[in-house]
Write a protein that binds this ligand. Structure first.
Ligand code: MN
Length: 188
């Protein structure tokens, strides 16, 4: 069983090779510095969630295929007991809990995201055709789509094309928890 950092390094190196990308090209596509990418590949650095999102998005990967090993075979039965596998939430950045990792047969990944009070997370466009489905579980959330911040409250659901710049922010004083189903176009 590989550690998370080992897995990320393996995927990054494999995908770079598959695309024929140098570290320079990868840095340009992801917005992550060449030095940082090198450290990640040598397992010398634990990348932040924000950095992982940049790498996944810039390389047209699902978030989960970057951070978890999904090669165990298709459609395992998954059971998450709420709260049991929750990582401690960072106080100043986006927290991610993967509920259902990306599976090519299903074409989506399903995660629970937490934004602490007064935190904003912006995302570069995902690959063409990616769609996000957001449902607010607790608290208040705003989603940036186009030039507009759309206000959502508990129970509200929003679907949007995520192949353009978008963002998530919490302007309140309490954390917001929301679910996000990210659907990727079928890869040929
Ligand atoms: Mn996104």
């Amino acid at each position: 069983m590989q550690s998370i950092n080992q897995h990320i390094a393996t995927v990054l190196k494999r995908e770079r090779k598959r695309k024929g990308w140098s570290l320079d090209t990868t840095a340009e596509a992801t917005g992550v510095s060449k030095a940082m990418l090198g450290q990640i590949e040598r397992e010398e650095s634990s990348p932040t969630i924000a950095t992982l999102w940049k790498i996944a998005t810039g390389m047209s990967l699902s978030f989960t295929s970057l951070v978890t090993d999904t090669s165990d075979g298709p459609l395992p039965i998954l059971l998450h007991e709420a709260g049991q596998s929750r990582a401690p939430m960072p106080e100043d950045s986006l927290g991610v809990e993967i509920l259902f990792p990306y599976d090519p047969l299903m074409g989506f990944e399903y995660m629970e995201l937490t934004l602490p009070a007064r935190v904003e997370h912006l995302s570069e466009p995902h690959e063409s055709g990616v769609v996000e489905h957001v449902v607010v579980i607790k608290g208040k959330l705003e989603i940036l789509h186009g030039n507009e911040w759309i206000k959502l409250k508990k129970g509200d659901a929003l679907r949007f094309a995520a192949d353009e710049p978008h963002g998530y922010r919490n302007t309140s004083q309490k954390p917001v928890i929301f679910h996000n189903v990210i659907r990727y176009p079928h890869k040929g």
